[in-house]
Design a protein around this ligand. Structure first.
Ligand code: AGP
Length: 608
């Protein structure tokens, strides 16, 4: 995600700001910028691309102030270019703001400000917030920030400066982290302690609803409602590498543990709990067009393909629209038939996978409307599609995709609800589905608590050469995904199968040395999969079962059991995939493999 660094009280602040930005590089970014306040006003420089590009083009001699804010952006609203990069200015050009998060009601705020004569240079929600604070500014920056935040919906971690109050930085947090660094004659604010670790180890973590006013000699914390609060100063004992990974041993583990938040980010601002409906403005489809989709073709590769397979189950069952899912690489080398009313959905975390991109182009050539579900704003698939949905999972650094997958599945569930409400899902059903979706982050968190138990299971099986993964219904794609995760990072041969298909061949492999991971959640396929578990048991295969809490029968048949909370059928895959990600992770770590950069694999596959 984006990164913030802000400093007051340090000579030649620009150098330290750039150093802080560099320490945030691991988070991924597409543009960067800074604003420095000196006695004469505000100097702002921004640039698309790497921090080095920004650095090489800075007029260093003019950046002599001792107070400034800086930002690395990972685009969410608006393309990753120089105009959309932060900091953003208010209407007078005297206030500069950097922001992490999403202002959900920015469109209506922007319209109101435009009526008052405000003119916007960028497409971002952040610029709207800068103008809004400027609109409230009457000579006291913290008051203006408080007034503006009262009318904002969504999430933010912000740092703001004003040319008329040099030396002052105002920060506020809701949903996006901010940490204050307490120094000697200088104070700091950052989205991530890594950015300021070179300057101080004394920090204050802001909580949601809190803000801070920094000057070189003082740190004043209040709530956004202006209630004075006293915060504890903590000492950082971690080193930089640990901090960049948030204290996790690997990015992959960090990303697995981020899923409660990333799933929430995927549905945040898109659900309408009171009407049981969904809004996905980026699709750019009218209600009439939504009602008249006759067929959907999903194109994707790897993990994104597995998300697509889940989408097929969901869309067919709950929206009653025929769906085909195809490996993007195969689609364009046959002669696909695209009839009127066909919608083509491409799913890609990176938005750059060449097979998916070319398949999308082929579908468009043949007359399909093409939509993209991607994680990277401004990626080629996002730019070339007719519309789409960003999954907002934040940068995924581990090569093995984890959080992007659950975000893709969440978006497919939203799309199903959107289309289903226009075909056969009632408002009551819609409301029930949304209520359950809102519980998903907590349910995922409960599964993450079993990480240590899963590590113990991994210890038992780390030496095995083969694994079989079985699932039915929406958990068949999860069996494929579980097997792919294990293959990718541990180099153990693993196969995913629809559980009933086992008896048509792979059952020959089962003996006392074969670990079989079976997903037996209590969903529509539960009764059937019990029989498949018996078949494995009868051949003395080792059974690692993923079961719903309260399960008894499967537990008696299994060697190991990992429980997941009860949920509605369409959401089971969001839960059942978590233990499989953790199992693959722990096995790979125990085998001493490089889980974040497995051999032969690349994060974005841009060759055919
Ligand atoms: C997932 O763990 C893999 N690294 C890989 O299968 C990936 O999902 C595939 O290459 C597609 O990538 P994309 O989602 O960026 O298009």
């Amino acid at each position: 995600m984006c990164g913030i660094v802000a400093i007051t009280g340090q000579a030649d602040v620009a150098e330290t700001l750039i150093e802080g930005l560099r320490r945030l590089e691991y988070r991924g970014y597409d543009s960067a910028g800074l604003a420095v306040v000196d006695g004469k006003g505000l100097r702002v420089h921004k640039r698309e691309g790497k921090i080095r590009d920004l650095e090489e083009n800075l007029p260093w001699a003019l950046l002599k102030g001792n107070c400034g804010i800086a930002h690395t952006r990972w685009a969410t609203h608006g393309e990753p270019n120089t105009v959309n990069a932060h900091p953003h200015l208010d209407g007078d050009g005297k206030l500069a703001l950097v922001h992490n998060g999403i202002i959900e009601n920015y469109a209506s705020l922007r319209a109101q400000l435009e009526k008052k004569g405000h003119v916007f240079a960028s497409e971002t929600d952040t610029e709207v917030l800068a103008h809004l604070i400027g609109e409230f500014y009457r000579g006291n920056l913290e008051r203006a920030v408080q007034s503006a935040l009262k009318v904002c919906e969504g999430t933010y971690g912000i740092a703001v400066v004003h040319a008329d109050e040099p030396g002052k930085i105002v920060g506020a947090r809701r949903g996006s982290p901010l940490v204050v660094g307490v120094g000697q004659g200088a104070n700091y604010l950052a989205s991530d302690v890594a950015a300021i670790l070179g300057q101080t180890r004394q920090v204050i973590y802001l909580d949601d609803g809190e803000m801070v006013v920094l000057t070189p000699d003082a740190v004043v914390t209040t709530t956004v409602d202006n209630q004075q609060i006293t915060k504890e100063i903590e000492e950082i004992t971690w080193d930089l590498d640990q901090i960049q990974k948030g204290g996790y041993a690997h990015y992959m583990l960090k990303e697995i543990f981020e899923q409660p938040e990333t799933i929430r980010n995927a549905f945040r601002g898109r659900i309408l709990p009171d009407s049981g409906d969904v809004k996905l403005g980026g699709l750019r489809l009218t209600d009439w067009e939504l009602r008249n989709i006759r067929r959907i073709i999903i194109l994707a590769c790897g993990t994104s393909y597995h998300a697509g397979l889940i989408g097929e189950y969901l869309l067919e069952e709950y929206a009653r629209i025929p769906v085909e899912v195809e490996y993007a690489s195969e689609f364009r080398y046959r002669s696909p038939i695209i009839e009127p009313g066909t919608l083509c959905l491409t799913i890609s975390q990176s938005g750059e996978t060449i097979d998916t991109l070319e398949a999308m182009r082929e579908a468009r050539r043949k007359g399909a409307k093409v939509l993209g579900i991607t994680n990277v704003v401004g990626s080629t698939i996002a730019r070339e599609s007719d519309g789409g949905v960003y999954v907002h999972a934040g940068p995924e650094i581990g090569v093995a995709s984890t959080k992007a997958f659950t975000s893709q599945v969440t978006i497919l569930a939203l799309l199903t609800l959107l289309l289903g409400r226009r075909t056969c899902i009632s408002a009551d059903q819609g409301m029930r589905i949304i209520r359950e979706l809102q519980l998903m982050p907590d349910k995922v968190r409960r599964i993450l608590d079993a990480s240590e138990q899963i590590r113990e299971i991994a210890q038992v099986y780390m030496g095995h050469a083969n694994f079989l993964y079985l699932g039915r219904g929406t958990n068949y794609p999860i069996a494929l995904e579980g097997a792919l995760k294990l293959k990718e990072i541990s180099y153990i041969h693993a196969e995913g199968y629809p559980a009933a298909e086992m008896k048509h061949g792979p059952i020959a492999l089962i003996d006392p040395h074969m670990p079989v991971v079976v997903i037996c959640a209590r969903d529509g396929s539960y009764e059937k999969i019990k029989g498949n578990v018996q078949e494995v048991r009868a051949r003395k295969g080792k059974i690692i079962a993923i079961v719903t809490e309260g399960e008894d029968e499967i537990c008696r048949l299994s060697d190991h059991v990992i429980t997941i909370p009860e949920t509605l059928d369409p959401f089971t895959p969001l839960l059942s995939v978590i233990p499989l990600q953790l199992l693959a992770y722990h096995i790979a770590v125990l085998r001493g493999e490089n889980v974040d950069q497995p051999r032969n694999l690349a994060k974005a596959v841009t060759v055919e």
